[in-house]
Design a protein around this ligand. Structure first.
Ligand code: TEU
Ligand code: CA
Length: 559
């Protein structure tokens, strides 16, 4: 059992634009985060992952960076940043920065130079290609609709952008790019930050020749096989590790689109050559469909168990997992995997939290998750702010006519990233106490019943349940380090598993359905005399034979 603080920690993700506005301009900011530091301390988290706060023209809400060493005006100043960092450190909370270096903004000085001429010293910082028969260099589609290439008339060539055309991809094969990125990372480390969450880091090394991909429903080729886990990605991350990461005490997590367990064992190997852990996407992709993520299909529990168990078991003793249901790119978990009706909202929120937080890996809580926040009843396209959602609507409904407007709106209400991006609901006053001005995106109208003030005042709230899950992890090694084993793999409604460490054992039972369920456990799980560690009903049964709707119970045994 190799101890490490980042294995024992719980991370809280802040999406600054929607967290807390301190000056009434309708946009969350750094001073707003500082104001709420005691709230986070009370919840008990160890680390904050801060979505990007750098200078940015905000084509993709800060994931398009124009200056890596400056703070976005909307969010405040570098002095505000330093105050926020100090306020966190005073409370023993560490700060992990979002590192977005697969691409920059097209307004970054490197790109402004790069597009000027073919012999500009910054030309090779990006990926430029000649057109092919008057068209794009290959058939790749971008993640945000349309082709992954933009024509630039100044030099009559195209540049690659896997995301929006305002997010040109950096050329990591150029050693000068790596030098610049590593210098910048070092600059933040010297400032005293505690780690990096690395945006789409699995995509920085592209297969030479950039071959065409298999066309999907939108007619564009899939770049995945030529971009994810590319030929030099591990070499570049090992270089980053040697030159920067290994010189500081950091938490590092790679957002690894397209990662397999075999690849994860390299990215997040316990030998410490690359990163501490990865974000994998397999469980989040289970409800994808023909038009990519756009549908309202429900995730099948048997499939979910299979995927999560594969990740739990394959990485055990070899690499480290991260655990998440939610982030700023995913809809709210209660509306997706649970039940957001008044009767079941809190039960299902606590059940999902139990299921995830008892697994092996570092758990991530996304802002508002600890309050039981839900998806948002967006009425029309005008209510959306997210570039991915808006572009997808135009492409699928207006351009390609593969979906009608009403259907697409239904899909957006179910899957759009904006579901996670509405303001944190602090109290029941106007705009949920997020701002005194006009919020940049609508507030979920359910804020009068779902808000932090109410949650903190009630002992059996979702907030207090998360607080307990977090403190249990801090107290018990078995939750961090115990081995995982799945029970009842074919049960369509119950997720049951055990954790074991030495003489100790945990049995975790979660009912993912609205109906009562019979649980047919193997004898080995029923003999001992268990103690209940945590449960989402007041009176959990010691019999372990039935589970009520969305019931979750964690039993503890010692031999
Ligand atoms: O997301 C990368 C990613 O894998 C996307 O495909 C993501 O799943 C997308 O939101 C599809 O729904 C990262 C960031 O987390 C995201 O917010 C950024 O928009 C993106 O990179 C570009 O920087
Ligand atoms: Ca503000």
């Amino acid at each position: 059992m190799d101890r490490a603080w980042w294995k024992e920690a719980v991370v809280y993700q802040i999406y600054p634009r929607s967290f807390k506005d301190s000056n009434g301009d309708g946009i969350g900011d750094l001073n707003g985060i500082t104001e709420k530091m005691d709230y986070l301390k009370e919840l008990g988290i160890d680390v904050i992952w801060l979505s990007p706060v750098y200078e940015s023209p905000n084509d993709d809400n800060g994931y398009d960076i124009s200056n890596y060493r400056g703070i976005m005006k909307d969010f405040g100043t570098m002095e505000d940043y330093d105050r926020m960092l100090a306020a966190a450190h005073e409370r023993g909370i560490r700060i992990v920065m979002d590192l977005v270096v697969n691409h920059t903004s097209d307004e970054h000085p490197w790109f402004i130079e790069s597009r000027r001429s073919k012999d500009n010293p910054y030309r090779d910082y990006y990926i430029w290609r000649e057109g092919k028969d008057g068209k794009e260099p290959n058939n790749w589609g971008s993640c945000f609709s349309g082709p992954a290439w933009e024509y630039d008339s100044t030099t009559d060539m195209y540049y690659l952008h896997l995301f929006s055309k305002k997010q040109p991809d950096l050329n990591w094969d150029n050693p000068k790019v790596r030098d610049e990125v590593f210098d910048m990372m070092d600059w933040w480390c010297r400032k005293g930050i505690d780690g990096f969450r690395m945006d789409v880091i699995s995509m920085i090394s592209k297969v030479p020749g950039l071959p065409d991909g298999t066309p999907g429903a939108n007619g564009f080729g899939d770049f995945g096989p030529y971009v994810c886990n590319g030929p030099h990605v591990h070499e570049y991350l090992q270089e980053m590790n040697r030159r920067v990461l290994s010189r500081y005490d950091l938490l590092t997590v790679g957002e690894c689109s397209g990662v397999t367990v075999e690849e994860a064992k390299k990215y997040a190997s316990l030998d410490g050559k690359e990163l501490n852990m990865v974000f994998q996407f397999e469980h989040m992709d289970l409800d994808g469909g023909e038009s990519f993520k756009w549908n309202d299909k429900k995730i099948d529990l048997v499939e979910l168990k299979k995927v999560l168990t594969k990740w739990q078991v394959s990485l055990m003793g070899k690499a480290w997992n991260s655990l998440y249901w939610c982030n700023h790119d995913q809809p709210r978990m209660i509306s997706r995997l649970g039940d957001d009706s008044d009767a079941c909202r809190e039960l299902s929120a606590k059940m999902l939290a139990t299921c995830l937080h008892m697994m092996q890996g570092t758990p991530y809580v996304y802002q508002g998750e600890e309050l039981g926040m839900t998806n948002v009843p967006f009425e029309s396209l005008e209510d959306f702010r997210d570039i991915e959602s808006i572009n997808a609507y135009h492409e699928l409904v207006e351009q390609n006519h593969v979906l009608d407007g009403e259907t697409m709106l239904r899909y957006l209400r179910y899957k759009s990233r904006d579901n996670a991006r509405t303001p944190v609901q602090w109290d029941d006053t106007e705009n949920a106490g997020f701002t005194t001005g006009t919020p940049w995106i609508m507030v979920n109208p359910n804020y009068k019943k779902i808000n932090a003030k109410e949650q903190m005042s009630r002992a059996d709230s979702v907030f207090h349940y998360y607080q307990k899950l977090i403190s249990l992890r801090h107290e018990m090694d078995i939750i961090v380090y115990g081995d995982y084993e799945l029970l009842l793999p074919e049960d369509p409604a119950v997720y049951a598993y055990t954790r074991s460490l030495g003489e100790e054992k945990l049995l975790i039972l979660c009912n993912f359905s609205r109906e009562e369920q019979k649980v047919d456990l193997p004898a080995s799980c029923k003999e001992e005399n268990p103690e209940v560690l945590i449960a989402n009903y007041k009176d959990p049964s010691l019999e372990r034979e039935t589970l009520r709707p969305y019931e979750a119970v964690v039993y503890y045994y010692k031999k």
